[in-house]
Design a protein around this ligand. Structure first.
Ligand SMILES: NC(=O)C1=CN([C@@H]2O[C@H](COP(=O)(O)OP(=O)(O)OC[C@H]3O[C@@H](n4cnc5c(N)ncnc54)[C@H](O)[C@@H]3O)[C@@H](O)[C@H]2O)C=CC1
Ligand SMILES: O=P(O)(O)OC[C@H]1O[C@](O)(CO)[C@@H](O)[C@@H]1O
Length: 402
């Protein structure tokens, strides 16, 4: 009997570095669908790739096999692969996802014509509300993809990808292009309530049907992503290139940890979860950020500060959640000020527009605005921890402080 298989759209960092490993461990043949011909050729030629877990002083290498590779435009081959798959996943990035939905729509129709059971499709993307968006793109791609058809034949499953897999730097270019280096963290929370039929049994899956999945997605965005970005912005202010350098500074670590705790307290309150596991998660994250072997850069983690400062993203979203749960967010606001400072460092004058946004909107209260602008001014001279702390410590009168 031939081996059961799994299909992965996107053979990039998350595809090879995380989801491919998870499916391989579950005993499945991994079929990658991608558009990068050079990558596909090498995967197809070898029928495998090298997966290296890097940590301080250790490199744990293994071969992921068997592996197949198909070009996204090879409609027939994609259809056959999807028809046979036990499970599938997307990890292509939000920009490529609408195009991938067209491919998925055609392939799923073929699967249905062959009388196969519903397909569990993991959405391994950094994309808020991914199942709803994917559903809309599927419907737009193919008139046969009605809500009823999707409900019957497809399970669109949210995941929260915590593993960090930075793009390999040029100094490692002697490696094959299929080789991937990852950090040891290996948990994949997923929204099991959306699954249909028997879900593949994989060690890395975190299945907690009693905890709303939003707990994990909020933890990712407001604790992990917020703290990560703050670390990048404070590091940039200190002239650091790498995240491990930034988090290695005691003053950066102190501020990042404090901001993560504010977010975590709000997440715990929102979902009625205990703080203990969240504090452990934070300390584990801080340890992971110090992983020098990953060579993750301040520039990668801090990229696109304007997007990161949008109302529902990691900073303002966290501030809003804190407000809703009556939790202070003074350290998160320090991260926000550091983000504005980063914008200003790279694009002088750009923080002025953001100031106007804050004045015209109710995204920040008057006191919050005062704190942020005072901190932004203080950042002009570099990251002076004591000065920043003095601003954070200003008497801060909130409605719930008696
Ligand atoms: N790299 C990381 O540390 C993390 C990434 N993520 C998220 O995971 C998702 C994937 O990110 P990465 O793997 O880092 O990106 P990546 O750029 O390394 O990989 C994306 C892959 O998708 C392929 N692709 C593009 N268009 C396609 C199409 N039409 N059909 C098939 N394949 C196509 C690309 O050729 C590429 O190989 C994104 O949503 C990202 O935000 C989430 C957490 C961690
Ligand atoms: O990909 P973005 O939104 O620019 O932010 C970088 C974030 O992405 C990740 O690489 C993956 O979630 C995080 O490690 C990091 O916080």
């Amino acid at each position: 009997m031939s081996q059961s298989s799994a299909v992965i759209f996107g053979a990039g960092a998350v595809g090879r570095g995380f989801i491919g490993e998870i499916f391989n461990e579950a005993g499945l043949e991994v079929v990658f669908i991608d558009v990068d011909q050079a990558l596909l050729d090498e995967l197809a030629r070898d029928g495998s790739y090298t997966h290296i877990t890097v940590d301080k002083g250790t490199r744990d290498s293994k071969t992921i096999a068997p592996v197949k590779a198909i070009h996204s435009e090879n409609e027939q081959a994609v259809g056959i692969a999807i028809s046979h798959a036990e499970i599938a996943a997307t990890c292509v990035g939000p920009r490529a996802l609408p195009a991938v939905c067209r491919t998925i729509a055609r392939a799923v129709r073929l699967r249905v014509n062959q009388g196969r059971p519903p397909l569990n499709l993991l959405l391994a993307e950094n994309l808020h509300d991914a199942p709803r968006k994917v559903r809309e793109w599927l419907k737009a791609a193919d008139p046969a993809m009605t809500d009823a058809f999707i409900d019957q034949h497809l399970a669109l499953i949210s995941t929260s990808i915590g593993r960090m897999i930075p793009v390999a730097d040029q100094s490692r270019s002697h490696q094959k292009i299929t080789t991937i280096e990852v950090e040891p963290y290996r948990f994949l929370p997923l929204d099991v309530t959306a699954a249909k039929g028997q879900l593949v049994d994989a060690k890395a899956f975190v299945i907690a049907p009693d905890i709303p999945f939003e707990y994990y997605s909020d933890r990712k965005l407001y604790v992990h992503n917020m703290g990560h970005a703050m670390c990048a912005y404070l590091g940039a202010c200190c002239g650091d290139t790498y995240i491990w350098q930034a988090i290695g500074r005691i003053e950066v670590r102190f501020f990042v940890r404090a901001a993560m705790i504010e977010s975590a307290t709000a997440v715990a309150a929102r979902y009625g979860q205990p703080m203990g596991p969240l504090l452990d998660h934070i300390d584990d994250l801080l340890h992971r950020l110090a992983n020098e072997a990953l060579a993750d850069t301040v520039a990668r983690v801090g990229r696109d500060p304007r997007r990161k400062l949008s109302p529902e993203d990691r900073f303002l979203g966290a501030v809003q959640l804190c407000r809703q749960e009556s939790i202070p967010s003074r350290f998160i606001l320090t991260g926000l000020a550091a983000a504005l400072n980063y914008m200003e460092m790279n694009e002088p004058g750009s923080s002025v527009t953001m100031r106007e946004v804050f004045y015209k909107s109710d995204l920040l209260s008057e006191q919050e605005r005062e704190q942020v602008f005072a901190q932004l001014e203080a950042f002009q001279g570099g990251f002076d921890c004591e000065q920043q702390l003095r601003i954070v410590d200003q008497p801060f009168k909130r409605s719930w402080v008696a």
